[in-house]
Design a protein around this ligand. Structure first.
Ligand code: CS2
Length: 492
């Protein structure tokens, strides 16, 4: 077996593997990142790596809030890892050096808080996934009954949730006279900056009303739209990359050529010149966010549930079926596009065409089962917002309802052949219990699931246009299976 990738191996890598162009010894952390998963490492960490040569003051200290896996993989590698960019044209490899340290929050809470209160740290970025914000997905408000929030409010000096950690760090900075950092969420939440600001303000006000006002008035939470498809790394990826670079990387990340980052330019304590790496700074991100959440993520979730039920393992497998491609094109063009309000100059037609190509990328083994995770946290911003807008316009919602129905079928935990589905979702147990209560009747299943207010809110379950369209699609899915339902679904 080869030696491990680390600082010493950088000068021994093959010439076609790009390496950091700056001296890592001169880098100082200016960013703390919470939630170091593959997405952060293929996205924000790459943009930052691109600009560290210009200003070495923006290195990243990253934290895992739960699992030790990333720390175990990256610490022996001095934070270095490989990004593999894959397409039909082949694979490009690059070693990223912007992460200097990985902290495991549950084990080293003091180290994380120390990093967060360092006056040189001026930005805290987050990719903690939708569920990491401990909020109610339907309303976007803090879920005050969430076990981690209940814990943190009782022990606010020893928090474990992302809101708890951020607010405690802000409190300590305030006591020390250090200006607050900017909080930059990079998760796929609607109006993500505003949502995070609301959650942090509420949490802080429950700790101390005065701290709540401080967070409300003084902490900037710019919105962002982040985009890059990053499938989970496989052992096959590890072996292939080791062969090319000649060193073992315990956790490389695999991604596509496409990458996009649109950021609201509101950083009172300064920021890296990410625009030099291709990020777009705008005054209003929300149209871009909505475009991406509804077109990309909405299609992704629809494809994930229907594709999984139809027996397609990956997104590109499902997209190779003409009926699936047609459904998605129609979903984007006829159902989502009319709900978007883009600034002049945004080329939606080009964006959608590129999306179809991205989904078809056969070199990315993006598993439908991966995207299907955490649906309870994803449906509101991916499909239900579009549905609300369509209903307001008295427009048809058939395809959108089919996506919701496929999710319902999926969370029963039993696939079309009677085999168990490993449903990963913070609400999995509750959803499963509701499904069991429905005893195989699609009508009852739909009715039970409409009652989950955290997902569907109070309005949709009362609208017969919504409930009937979803129930009809669910009946069809049970009767005909996903493949046939998609093939026969009317283009209205
Ligand atoms: C996907 C996203 O897993 C999922 O839910 O829809 O991770 C998607 O790949 C990214 O948002 C693309 O930017």
């Amino acid at each position: 077996m080869s030696r491990r990738l680390n600082e010493a191996s950088l000068s021994h890598l093959p010439a076609n593997v790009a390496v950091p162009s700056y001296d890592r010894r001169g880098v100082r952390p200016g960013i703390v990142h919470l939630g170091i998963g593959a997405f952060h490492r293929a996205h924000q960490a790459v943009y930052t790596d691109d600009v560290l040569a210009l200003d070495p003051g923006w290195g990243i200290v990253a934290a895992s809030l739960r699992s030790p896996d990333t720390q175990d993989a990256l610490e022996p590698q001095n934070g270095l890892y490989t990004v593999s960019i894959r397409s039909e044209a082949g694979e490009k490899l690059r070693v990223i050096g912007s992460i200097s340290r990985v902290i495991l929050a549950p084990q080293e809470p003091d180290a994380l808080l120390a990093a967060l209160i360092d006056p040189h740290v001026r930005i805290v970025t987050l990719t903690v996934t939708e569920k990491g914000y401990c909020h109610d997905p339907a309303t976007g408000k803090l879920d005050e009954t969430h076990p981690d929030i209940v814990h943190d409010l009782g022990h606010w000096q020893n928090p474990r949730s992302a809101p708890g950690l951020i607010v405690e760090a802000l409190r300590r900075r305030r006591v020390a006279g250090t200006p607050p950092f900017t909080v930059l969420t990079c998760d796929n939440l609607p109006s993500n900056g505003r949502t995070v600001h609301r959650i942090l303000t509420r949490y802080a006000s429950l700790v101390d009303p005065d701290l709540g006002s401080f967070v409300a008035d003084e902490v900037a939470c710019p919105s962002t739209m982040v985009d890059r498809i990053v499938p989970a790394t496989t052992d096959e990826d590890r072996a292939r990359i080791e062969k090319t670079i000649g060193f073992r990387d315990a956790w490389p990340v695999v991604t596509e050529p496409f990458t996009q980052w649109v950021i609201e330019d509101r950083f009172p304590q300064g920021r890296p010149a990410w625009e030099k790496a291709g990020a777009e700074f705008v005054s209003d991100v929300e149209p871009y966010e909505q475009m991406k959440l509804r077109l990309l993520n909405g299609s992704h979730s629809t494809l994930a549930y229907l594709g999984f039920l139809a027996g397609y393992e990956t997104v590109s497998d499902a997209m190779a079926a003409p009926a699936f491609e047609r459904l998605l094109v129609e979903l984007m063009d006829r159902d989502v596009t009319p709900t978007l309000h883009m600034p002049r100059g945004a080329d939606l037609a080009r964006y959608k065409k590129a999306l179809i190509e991205r989904f078809k990328n056969p070199a990315l083994k993006h598993r439908t089962g991966q995207i299907a995770m955490d649906g309870s946290q994803k449906l509101p911003q991916r499909l239900l917002g579009t549905i609300r807008d369509r209903l307001r316009d008295s427009a048809p919602i058939g395809r959108l309802a089919l996506g919701v129905a496929a999710w319902m079928r999926y969370v029963t935990g039993i696939d079309e052949r009677g085999a168990p589905i490993d449903v990963r979702d913070p609400m999995a147990a509750r959803l499963r219990a509701l499904a069991d209560d429905a005893r195989g009747s699609p009508e009852r299943l739909a009715e039970k699931l409409f009652g989950v207010r955290e997902i569907f809110g109070d309005d949709l379950p009362k609208d017969p246009r919504f409930t009937q369209a979803v129930t009809r699609a669910l009946v069809q899915l049970y009767r005909d299976g996903a493949r046939r339902t998609v093939a026969e679904f009317p283009s209205e």
